[in-house]
Design a protein around this ligand. Structure first.
Ligand SMILES: [Zn+2]
Length: 283
């Protein structure tokens, strides 16, 4: 029952994220009320949408993915973002419940991680649409990471590596802030190095900036598998797009969504994956 309400609340938030991402063009603040305010209209016939055309997920399904008036196909982004947002609201608290026994700040910590993944989602959609990682979202993510670090100092349960005992082998887990700061510095230096090697052609400045709050959020050593996972996933998608002739070797892929995917993958599957790996090498 709680999960159902969280999911419904999540798809409503997802609907809001859709509006923000569709209206953002890089020229104004992401949450500028002048831009995100006002009634929604069909991208195609410009007709203002009625309330029953704005019910998250439901309207899209009932209308068969088309505008009620002009029958233009609606972007799959709408139901996809709404669904993922709903999923975030259910899955993040569920994952954290498995990680801890619920300290005094458990609810607050769950809210912060949920917020972090919502920022990842919005950032990914904007990056895919216009190839920009907005600075204000990076700053927001950094603020969430700092608030999370402060909460984990008070309520340290589950503050260790998301990679379980594999993470502990890399040290620094004893000191939360050292781990976070080293994670941020590592992410930043790693991407700076990539820019140097590829002479700025392979990776954008937006990704370098994203590496900072990402490292602060995950800390050392968890930032390493997050980045590794992003690169593996990015390479697979890149190969697929080249083979299916949707892009060429010179085409640039927005990398933000892959970093977001890496973050989600390690958050949800880091521990079982690390266990599998330890088993594989016989430890
Ligand atoms: Zn229309």
């Amino acid at each position: 029952m709680v999960s159902f309400f969280l999911f419904v609340f999540g798809i409503v938030i997802g609907s809001f994220l859709n509006v923000v991402s569709m209206r953002y063009n890089g020229e104004h603040f992401v949450f500028d009320p002048k831009v995100i305010g006002g009634r929604s209209h069909c991208e195609h016939c410009k007709e203002t949408l009625r309330w029953f055309e704005l019910v998250p997920l439901f309207s899209f399904l009932v209308q068969g993915g088309r505008c009620r008036r002009c029958k233009a196909k609606l972007s799959l982004q709408y139901p996809a973002v709404e669904f993922i947002s709903g999923l975030i609201f259910v899955a993040v608290p569920w994952r954290l419940a498995a990680l801890t026994d619920g300290g005094p700040l458990a609810l607050f910590i769950a809210a912060l991680w949920t917020l972090a993944f919502l920022i990842f989602l919005l950032m990914s959609v904007i990056d895919i649409r216009i190839g920009i990682v907005p600075d204000e979202l990076n700053i927001a993510l950094g603020a969430v990471a700092i608030a999370l670090g402060a909460s984990l100092v008070v309520s340290p349960e589950g503050s260790g590596s998301l990679m379980g005992s594999l993470g502990d082998m890399f040290g620094l887990n004893g000191n939360l802030w050292t781990s976070r700061v080293v994670g941020a510095i590592f992410g930043f230096i790693f991407f700076e190095f990539l820019i140097l090697v590829t002479r700025g052609k392979g990776i954008g400045m937006g990704d370098v900036k994203l590496a900072l709050p990402l490292g602060l959020l995950f800390g050392w050593p968890d930032i390493i598998p997050v980045i590794m996972c992003a690169f593996i996933c990015g390479a697979l998608v890149g190969i697929f797009l080249i083979v299916s002739k949707k892009t060429t070797m010179k085409g640039v892929l927005p990398f933000g969504p892959f970093l977001a995917f890496g973050a989600a993958f390690i958050f949800f599957c880091g521990a079982p994956m690390a266990q599998w790996y330890l088993h594989l090498i016989g430890l």
